[in-house]
Design a protein. Structure first.
Length: 232
């Protein structure tokens, strides 16, 4: 009777503790082995806090996946899709250079309009006034060109505006240009707030110039892209 009770106690101990990796053995699990397995399980759970390991099968699966992972191919199964970077398509560099040139011409026209609205423009000779080596409006021109061109190129790259699919037909040109223009307006407004608030020490924003930059840019660049898609 005592022999059967001893065998029953050993069976209950084996069923309660068990082996962590599920390897069946005929040896009885000692207390030191159970303690070691509990420590190993805690280490595994600390290394994988996002995995809730509850069963033996889940632990075996995690260990097998860890062995298959390599340094060249990291484990990104748990990365959300928003963190996966989208490839930037720059298939038409000529269109990019053309956009920058058109924006430069637009800024030149804006500078001419600003000069013509000054009271002393016509009194100083108008278009016949002598031109200095370094025009007074050069710094403003460079700032405007860089701000508009960077905002447009970044928004166009974001919306695949320089890919071949953006110039297939007129519909694709319209869609690509309008989506690019929407992001362009957002970037231009944010950059204007940054320049006025940080770089210029809290200066006021010229709302008329900002509105003019957003309104005139769309039809001019849209017309340029339509012509480019037809004759390129």
């Amino acid at each position: 009777m005592i022999k059967y009770i001893f065998v029953l106690l050993l069976a209950i101990q084996h069923h309660t503790h068990g082996f962590m990796l599920g390897s069946k053995s005929q040896n009885v699990l000692t207390s030191s082995t159970a303690h070691t397995n509990r420590i190993y399980k805690k280490r595994i759970q600390r290394r994988q806090p996002i995995l809730n390991i509850r069963t033996r099968e889940e632990l075996v699966f995690v260990l097998s996946e860890k062995e298959n992972d390599t340094e060249d191919e990291p484990n990104d199964r748990f990365l959300p899709n928003k963190l996966i970077r989208k490839d930037i398509k720059l298939e038409d560099t000529t269109l990019l250079l053309g956009d920058v040139v058109v924006i430069l011409l637009i800024c030149q026209v804006f500078g001419l309009m600003d000069a013509m609205h000054k009271p002393d423009f016509w009194t100083n000779g108008g278009f016949m006034a002598p031109v200095t080596h370094v025009p007074a409006t050069l710094s403003r021109l460079l700032q405007r060109v860089s701000q508009l061109s960077v905002a447009w190129v970044v928004s166009s790259l974001k919306n695949d505006g320089y890919s071949k699919s953006a110039l297939v037909d007129d519909e694709s040109v319209f869609k690509s240009t309008i989506t690019t223009w929407v992001d362009f307006c957002a970037i231009l407004i944010l950059s204007s707030l940054f320049v006025a608030g940080v770089l210029e020490g809290g200066a006021s924003i010229n709302g008329v110039d900002l509105l003019r930059s957003t309104i005139y840019t769309l039809p001019i660049l849209l017309g340029y892209r339509l012509l480019y898609s037809k004759y390129s």
